[in-house]
Design a protein around this ligand. Structure first.
Ligand code: HEB
Length: 737
């Protein structure tokens, strides 16, 4: 079954067709994720700058157009209640809602809703219509507004248009032009509702399994944004549904009250669609050419309006589906709910003894109140229940809570506040934005930098290895997925990072103590208001160490680019729980791998995963590993992969020795550590890990490794290492980019 899964019945002998290497050798390490989003694949070109284009946007006019679109019902997809508000809120929520705090991937930051698999997930049914409704507006404003921003802004305008006071909007999400293949969506080969839930290791003990959802996933089934609306595997149990909701929303960084606010706020609007059990056509990716990217063709009745089939549920939550109110919550607590089935056969609740007060979107009739199983979770769960009940009597509190939670939901993965664009960015800062203080001192000069570097190298107890390891530890928390982490803020000196095993706390403390002494001396002498931050000193220390190591290799003039201006965050502005998500499972660059836990990936896959988070290419990853081994930057100071007799010298020895035919490697029992022996004498020469040997074993990585060890490779090594290093140090410098 697994073999035939996903095979197209039509055999293509055109470019890219046929049986591929990945079909033959499915365990091959995949480097594709390091080759995504190259500027050559972007029709706007390498020089396109979204922030510059956005600056030309008539934001007010765009919002006015969006607002009037809400109530311009189109014949090809008539609006429920004459208002697309509910549909657009769902579009925005499903765009943002794939975000997972654990790896920072997913979310609305790249406009991925346009591409497979998201555009065709069963949970995203009929959102193709929502995007097509927005197309004339996108077309009108062009490059000045990205699809990524537009989909979220449409949700915001919908909320405003229906009387909800949103907190604001930050634009700045540049579009991507292909599916982000780095996101692990799960290993199942069926979509919900079939769901062979590999993510729970096949367990159907819903109470026990909820919190054991496979990392880094947040959704409970393949093809869903979060949870099954009919309860776990459609079991109709609100209490068990609540457990799934807690895991799913928790993995997105939402606590209980934020979760209640989001669901109660969202389901105050719109309706669910399940008019018939007639199956709809294939999703956009599987639909025939003539449908032009539309999916889910519905042959029931008119195929739209009152005959619409989306989720298969047929629910109207509120008496005022196009007006902000807390009728959703009052109805939830006031009514007695009975399990029923929608016309499509899906399990849902109905308020049987109640009056028919809930409006049909088209035919002026009224129905009894209805709810999803997952809605009842907000009443039945011991923690959600009291929150929801209190808000059912306190509309103001619900409004405040939903506004904050919606803003967080839609901005969670955009990165630091300096990335927010447009006239509606709230003044207020939130802890989840990982706040940094605003800089209020004059930056240090090149001359100061040279002096400080000399002081750092002369400081007691610090070494090239420990300086490189600390600077890497500081900068390499960056995640391209949600643009959190990085060297700015010097959070490596704060909890939780200062205690992470990968940072070697004892060694790190020595470096931090030395740098703090230098910082205090410099700032205490107050040279015309010039100050240096610890964050800058950590990076400067790494750079100084690399320049020293390059000099030792004969490159006296090597100079590592340095971008001054980092600031130091406070512990109070650092959400310890949420920063713990940045603790790497593996950091092959420092030869660290914690294989307990997320054990489905191999050490070398963690290396590539980390490189992808750091937005590195395969050559950049290769040169950084080779260089850091030469510099002895392993987290624990071990000599694994340190294939050189000149540790602390920026040589290409790692590559030369790895590719040396005279060495024969044998794995230990765990298959994690290898011993390299001399082919002739049998003498032990080296030890190494999977994150080292992969550069000799994987054909494409080996090809790169060869270039660094052949003629000219040493010069190339120093140049490329310095460039890649500087890139990593500056990954989070959105303030200067
Ligand atoms: Fe929701 C709709 C589910 C959350 C917002 N949702 C809906 C539906 C369903 C659901 C099934 C229907 C679809 C159709 O059309 O058919 N949700 C759900 C779940 C959850 C949710 C399960 C978790 C618990 N939501 C949510 C949130 C939000 C929302 C969070 C926001 C904030 N939704 C929504 C809206 C709607 C929906 C607005 C409507 C749409 C229309 O109207 O179209």
């Amino acid at each position: 079954l697994a073999r035939s899964f996903g095979k197209c019945p039509t055999i293509s002998d055109a470019a890219g067709g046929g049986t591929r290497s990945h079909d033959w050798w499915p365990c091959q390490l995949k480097l594709d994720v390091l080759r995504q989003f190259s500027p050559e694949q972007n029709p706007l070109g390498a020089n396109f700058n979204y922030a510059t284009a956005f600056a030309t946007l008539d934001y007010k006019a765009l919002k006015a157009d969006l607002k009037s679109l809400l109530t311009q019902s189109q014949l090809w997809w008539p609006a429920d209640y004459g208002n697309y508000g509910g549909l657009f809120i769902r579009l925005a929520w499903h765009s943002a809602g794939t975000y997972r705090a654990i790896d920072g991937r997913g979310g609305g930051g790249m406009g991925q809703q346009r591409f497979a698999p998201l555009n065709s997930w069963p949970d995203n049914g009929n959102l193709d219509k929502a995007r097509r409704l927005l197309w004339p507006i996108k077309q009108k404003y062009g490059k000045a507004i990205s699809w990524a921003d537009l989909m979220l802004l449409a949700g915001n305008v919908a909320l405003e248009g229906m009387g909800f006071p949103v907190l604001g909007f930050g634009a700045g999400r540049a579009d991507t032009w292909q599916s982000d293949e780095s996101v692990y969506w799960g290993s199942e080969t069926t979509f919900v509702p079939e769901g062979n839930d590999i993510r729970y290791d096949g367990s159907t003990d819903y109470a026990a399994r909820a919190s054991k959802l496979e990392q880094p996933l947040a959704a409970t089934h393949m093809g869903l944004i979060y949870v099954n609306p009919q309860g776990p595997n459609g079991n109709g149990d609100p209490k068990l549904s609540a457990l799934d909701i807690r895991t799913a929303f928790g993995r997105m960084g939402m606590n209980d009250s934020e979760t209640v606010a989001l669901i109660a706020g969202g389901h105050a609007f719109g309706k669910a669609h399940g008019a018939s059990s007639t199956p709809v056509g294939p999703p956009p990716e599987g639909a025939p050419l003539e449908l032009q990217g539309f999916g889910w063709a519905n042959s029931f009745g008119t195929g739209n309006a009152d005959d619409t089939v989306t989720s298969g549920l047929e629910v109207i939550w509120s008496k005022t589906p196009t007006q902000w109110s807390n009728d959703y919550l009052t109805s939830l607590f006031k009514n007695n709910w009975t399990l029923t089935k929608s016309p499509a056969g899906a399990i849902q609740f109905e308020a049987l003894q109640s009056a028919a007060e809930y409006p049909d979107p088209f035919n002026k009739t009224f129905r009894r109140a209805t709810m999803l199983v997952s809605d009842l979770a907000l009443r039945e769960d011991l923690a959600y229940g009291p929150i929801a009940k209190a808000w059912s009597k306190d509309f103001k509190a619900l409004t405040t809570a939903f506004a904050a939670a919606w803003f967080k939901l839609t901005h969670r993965d955009i990165g630091p506040i300096t990335r927010y664009l447009g006239p509606e960015v709230p003044q207020r800062q939130f802890i989840w934005q990982d706040p940094l203080p605003t800089i209020n001192y004059k930056p240090i000069t090149d001359e100061d930098q040279a002096k400080l570097k000399a002081q750092i190298l002369a400081a007691p107890g610090v070494t090239v290895s420990s300086l490189v390891s600390a600077a890497w530890g500081s900068a390499s928390t960056f995640r391209g997925g949600d643009k959190r982490g990085g060297a700015n803020g010097a959070r490596i000196a704060l909890q939780p990072q200062v205690s992470w095993e990968v940072n070697n706390p004892k060694q790190l403390q020595t470096v931090l103590a030395a740098l703090t002494t230098i910082k205090n001396a410099f700032n205490g002498s107050n040279k015309n208001g010039k100050q240096v931050s610890l964050a800058d000193l950590i990076v400067l220390g790494g750079n100084a160490a690399i320049e020293k190591a390059a000099a030792a290799a004969g490159y006296k003039k090597a100079s590592v680019p340095f971008t001054v201006g980092r600031v130091d965050a406070t512990q109070a502005d650092t959400d310890v729980v949420s920063f713990e998500y940045l603790n790497p499972q593996g950091d092959g660059f420092r030869n660290f791998c914690n294989t307990t836990g997320w054990a489905r990936a191999r050490t070398e896959e963690f290396l590539v995963d980390k490189a992808q988070q750091l937005t590195l290419t395969a050559p950049e990853m290769t040169v950084l590993v080779g260089g850091m081994r030469a510099l002895g930057a392993n987290y624990d100071g071990s000599n694994k992969g340190v294939l050189t007799a000149r540790v602390g010298t920026l040589t290409n020895d790692f590559f030369a020795n790895l590719l040396d035919i005279q060495t024969v490697w044998t794995p230990d029992q765990s298959g994690e550590t290898f011993t390299g022996k001399d082919r002739k004498t049998g003498a032990t020469k080296w030890t190494a890990t999977r994150a080292d040997l992969v550069f000799g074993s994987h054909a494409e990585l080996r090809a790169i490794a060869e270039t660094y060890s052949e003629k000219g490779g040493q010069d190339m090594m120093v140049d490329d290492f310095v460039k890649a290093w500087a890139k990593v140090m500056d990954l989070d410098r959105f303030d200067v980019k």
